[in-house]
Design a protein around this ligand. Structure first.
Ligand code: HAM
Length: 459
């Protein structure tokens, strides 16, 4: 924190000081970062897995705007939540409209569901999204101000089988990324519905009020407005009080109880291990019945929630739609990437070029651009180093890359509209016309592939 504070002050003073303006170095603002090419293999893998599993489980992609009306989040996420109260990037447009950068994806998806009349389509409608979210929280490891989530929402079904399936889907994705289920912890709770929650809240408030002196300031303030959130407090003094607090699962109405029991049976049937956590309440206002989180298990620095979700049966109605039950979850991609690195899980394998295009002289350099494009259009991945003029250096690079063919274009070849095709495995080379180059390269690559196959097939 000290270091980042320093950096922040430095940023501000550099930015504002007229003297230093000349030397001002731009850098990412606090809590935001660049994702450089070498990291994209991890992000690419997550996206690929999410897209594949979304397709398998019948989820359609939805993209909603990053900027939405502030009112949407106040209503959906909840005015008394930390996210809305303290963490939203709010601003006014030039026309005076109050808008915010989305802190989470669910409100926008539900707004879109209502706005586009998606309830007339198949029910439940299953939607997924991938994109940046923004929360102005204190940055720390695994917590950024701009972070990325993928999320799944199934809207229009109240059956607990959907709760089970959404937990199954989230685990399936995290598993397919390479984080084995033995490394994950499913934390589960039911926080009841409109029928049973008020009674439970009353019980909880009365219990907490009797121990108010032992609670932290934050919880004292939360007590009446949002008693459930007290259960989530990590302050030492509060955890002692919370340990003996009444638990929501013991005060569910018959409908919520039946729902929760069936969900547990489904999870048992799926052989998904879970822990019922009576203190899991989630920091968003819209949840009813099921809430869950997936934690990374062997985290020495405490729990890392890789993802979380639950049922939100009143949200569609609250945002102006018809009464429609729903369930969903979202996972933090930044945290998943960190887990992948920590566990040395490989990212996407970048395509390995089989051809290197070398050139010598200005004319050859210019012509190489269209040769490159011709090969690329034919689906052949080509490496090059157009900026270099030295042929020896280019061939050295081609060798290091382990390509199968090198195409060489010198002054003479560019005048003759030809190119030399050198087979790096067989060692032979031949001159072909530019017109036939793509066809010839394809033929030679096929031949090399066949030869390799013959060599590696056991007799
Ligand atoms: P959430 O628990 O607020 O739920 O966020 C889901 C996940 O996003 C977290 O488990 C965490 O991995 C990641 N995350 C949250 N904040 C940050 C941050 N500041 N930096 C990095 N990662 C973060 C939701 O957002 C709900 N919309 C989930 C949901 C969907 N419920 C129903 N449908």
């Amino acid at each position: 924190m000290g270091r980042s504070k320093k950096r922040n002050n430095k940023e501000n003073s550099q930015e504002n000081s007229p003297k230093k303006k000349k030397n001002y170095k731009f850098q990412t603002i606090r809590g935001m970062r660049d994702i450089l090419p070498e990291d994209q293999i991890y992000w690419g893998k997550i996206r690929k897995v999410v897209e594949k599993i979304a397709y398998d489980y019948n989820y359609g992609r939805i993209d909603t705007p990053v900027v939405e009306s502030t009112n949407l989040f106040e209503r959906a996420t909840g005015e008394d939540t930390d996210i809305v109260e303290k963490e939203m990037y709010k601003f006014e447009t030039t026309s005076g409209k109050k808008v915010s950068l989305r802190p989470e994806g669910t409100p926008g998806v539900v707004r879109a569901y209502i706005e586009h009349g998606l309830r007339t389509k198949a029910s439940p409608i299953k939607l997924y999204y991938i994109g940046p979210m923004f929360r102005h929280d204190r940055p720390q490891k695994g917590r950024y101000r701009e972070f990325f989530q993928f999320g799944f929402e199934a809207i229009g079904e109240q059956d607990p089988i959907l709760d089970a399936q959404i937990i199954q889907t989230s685990l399936r994705i995290i598993n397919a990324i390479g984080i084995g289920s033995n490394k994950l912890d499913v934390q589960l709770n039911s926080i009841g519905c409109k029928e049973c929650r008020p009674n439970y809240n009353k019980l909880l408030i009365s219990y907490l009020k009797n121990r108010k002196q032992s609670l932290c300031m934050n919880c004292k303030n939360r007590l009446d407005k949002n008693p459930l959130r007290v259960l989530d407090c990590k302050e030492e003094k509060c955890t002692q009080v919370i340990a003996q607090a009444p638990q929501s699962v013991d005060h569910l109405c018959p409908d919520c109880k039946k729902h929760f029991t069936f969900l547990l049976e489904c999870l048992d049937e799926l052989k998904i291990a879970y822990a019922i956590n009576p203190h899991l309440v989630r920091g968003l206002d819209y949840y009813t019945k099921t809430v869950f989180e997936i934690w990374a298990k062997d985290d020495e620095e405490g729990r890392t929630a890789l993802g979380g979700g639950g049922r939100y049966d009143y949200l569609v109605e609250k945002l102006g739609g018809k009464k429609t039950p729903a369930v969903g979850f979202a996972a933090g991609m930044d945290r998943l990437v960190e887990e992948m690195k920590k566990r040395k899980i490989k990212g996407l394998k970048p395509p390995q070029p089989k051809v290197f295009l070398a050139q010598l002289g200005d004319l050859a350099k210019m012509k190489s651009l269209s040769v490159f494009q011709g090969l690329e259009k034919a689906g052949i991945t080509v490496a090059e180093s157009f900026g270099r003029g030295n042929l020896k250096a280019q061939l050295k690079k081609a060798n290091q890359m382990g390509v199968e063919l090198v195409l060489i274009m010198g002054q003479r070849e560019s005048l003759d509209e030809t190119v030399i095709v050198k087979d790096m495995i067989g060692g032979n080379q031949e001159v072909v016309t530019l017109k036939k180059a793509v066809k010839e390269v394809k033929k030679k690559l096929d031949k090399i592939k066949k030869e390799i196959r013959i060599k590696t097939t056991p007799n």
